[in-house]
Design a protein around this ligand. Sequence first.
Ligand SMILES: Cc1cc2nc3c(=O)[nH]c(=O)nc-3n(C[C@H](O)[C@H](O)[C@H](O)COP(=O)(O)OP(=O)(O)OC[C@H]3O[C@@H](n4cnc5c(N)ncnc54)[C@H](O)[C@@H]3O)c2cc1C
Length: 463
Amino acid sequence: MATPLMSYRDVSYWLSSLDEPLTPRPPLPGGTEADVAIVGAGYTGLWTAYYLAHADPSLRIVVLEREIAGYGASGRNGGWCSALFPTSLTALGRRHGRDAAVAMQRAMQETVREVGRVVAAEGIDCDWARGGTVVLARTEAQLGRARAAVAEARAFGFGPDDLALLDADEAAARCAAEGVRGGTYTPHCAAVHPARLARGLARAVERLGVTIHERTPVSEIRPGAAVTPAGLVRAPVVVRATEGYTPQLPGQRRTVVPVYSLMIATEPLPEHVWARIGLAGRETFSDHRHVIIYGQRTADGRLAFGGRGAPYHFGSRVRPGYDREPEVFAALRRTLGDLFPALGPDVAVTHRWGGPLGVARDWSASVGLDRVTGLAWAGGYVGDGVSTTNLAGRTLADLIRGVESDVTALPWVGHRSPRWEPEPLRWLAVNAGLRVMFSADAAEARTGRPSRRAALFGRFLGH
Ligand SMILES: Cc1cc2nc3c(=O)[nH]c(=O)nc-3n(C[C@H](O)[C@H](O)[C@H](O)COP(=O)(O)OP(=O)(O)OC[C@H]3O[C@@H](n4cnc5c(N)ncnc54)[C@H](O)[C@@H]3O)c2cc1C
């Protein structure tokens, strides 16, 4: 049985701030049968169970979770419930045609509304605030990318109500970071308390009659069964909802790479500091640098702030210790101070954590069901899974019930990403990519000019 080195509360600020005991639900007591077995109780597994149980209350649905619901990225993330999809409109258009790209983006926007609807309908108290997202530009190169993002949106028919270009004053009015020269704003995002969403969703799923077994590791997924230490869960459909942990399953080593994203949270900030920073509508925020950063003003007045940049570990290994990289935490604190000088050195960082997300070789999220084997999957969301998992859950519910719908016609359905390279190539490529992006950001901060190396590397990755 997998035992975490730390208590579940230590996993993230979000899990630590829950006002509920994190006592695991009973593990699977022995072999059993179900109509659908779902491996993983993050958002993917839980949304799938939710929509399946809603659509057909007679289905016997069992969710098998190695730790507790929300233990993975779903209980650790930045809490952006956004319409972002990891594949750009241009790349989607190139692969599937313009209409399919537009349909995918509209479906993502609708998904943000749908998560808000369910949160309200199920009484999930997750600090939902639909304040949109502001992405700042603080150098000439970043301004160029802001303009390019808006031009791309316009080329696909999305207007200023979907993505607006902001001048310096408009951007600073939302988020008064140091040296803001402009940015973009989209209303299609809500800030959420991610662990409350995951845990509340687990309870909603149970109210619908779904059984969740926690502390139940699945050692193998095979057609017709999930293998656990207590015995087999036999089911004609088995859903893999394991995202960054997927490479640990037999036969899945090269399906996605686990990329670590790390976060910090400050102590609650006084009103006079918030008056200088802004984010009055709890807009989620970022900027147009290459190595992604992201933040939100939490409902209890903290800045929760994260970024990529932690190393990829050889063999796609995932370990609790990899969640803690002191150098990355220190860099995040420096970046926060650089963005907001109002956060003097005396403002304390009270929490530090991180976790693995899943990246497919072509940077494409996908969802699907193999009708011959009964094996279903969803994942590869990169850093955009908070909402995309909901779309995945609705899609899997339709696919499993054999219903053709608008969502089952979207271009990511049934997409098969190529496998990642074997080691050591994978390790070399992922870590080299990180270094290219970091040095591009450093060069752009010095010169203000866009980095050609970063653009070339982005093309190599195909996004
Ligand atoms: C630090 C961080 C910040 C992020 N910020 C954002 C953000 O702001 N917005 C956004 O959209 N996305 C963000 N993401 C990504 C987002 O959190 C994920 O895409 C999403 O939570 C994935 O949900 P999931 O259910 O597919 O995977 P997970 O939440 O990782 O759930 C997988 C579950 O499967 C369980 N499991 C794994 N293997 C087994 C096994 N063999 N047997 C049984 N159980 C197993 C795990 O314990 C886990 O609970 C972030 C991710 C991280 C790590």
